[in-house]
Design a protein around this ligand. Sequence first.
Ligand code: IMP
Length: 180
Amino acid sequence: MSLVDDVEEVLIPEEVLRARVQELGRQISSDYEGKQPLLVGILTGAVFFVADLMRAITIPCQLDFMATSAYGAGTENTGVVRILKDLNDSIEGRHVLVVDDIVDTGLTMDYLLTTLKARYPASLAVCVLLDKAERRRREVPLRYVGFRIPDRFVVGYGMDYAGLYRNLPFLCVLKPEVYR
Ligand code: IMP
C-alpha cells in the first residue's frame, strides 16, 4: 500500500511549490535586507515549508519554532487555540516573520499575532504557504502568500490528515473514502 493510492487530485505539484518558495525567498531577502529577521515556524505543518524557505533566503536570518493546537484527528477548527510549545528566546526589538502552512478561518493566526505583538517585536509579519480566504472568520494581515486555494482540505508538504500524509512531496486532496 502506498500513500499515493489515497490521492484524489494533486493541487500543486512539487516543481510549482519549489519555484514559488524560491520566489518568496528572493522577495523576503530583498524586503528584510539589513534587518536579520527571525523566522518563527509553526509546528508541525510548516516544517518543510520553513526549511525550504529559509534556504531560499540569502540574507542573515534566524529560526525559532512555536507549536499551537491543531484540529486533532478531524478537519474542523474548534476555535480553541493553545500554545503547546513557545519560542526559545525573547523577540523584543526583533523583525519577526511568522511562517505557517495555511490560514483557513484565521483563528489560529489571529491568536498568535495578538500573543506575539504583546512581546514588543520591532516588526511582525506573516508568510503563509496557502490562503483559504473563503473560510476566513478573522481578518489577518498576510504579507506573503504562496498560493490562494479553494475551500478543500489539503494534505502533503508537511500538512496532515490524522497525522499522516505529511511526507507527500506535493499538495493534494484525498479520496473521500479516506475520511470514512
Ligand atoms: P485556522 O485557525 O482555521 O486558520 O487553521 C489553521 C490550521 O488548521 C493550520 O495551521 C493547519 O494546521 C490546519 N488546517 C487548516 N486547513 C487545513 C487543510 O486543508 N489541511 C490540513 N490542515 C489544515
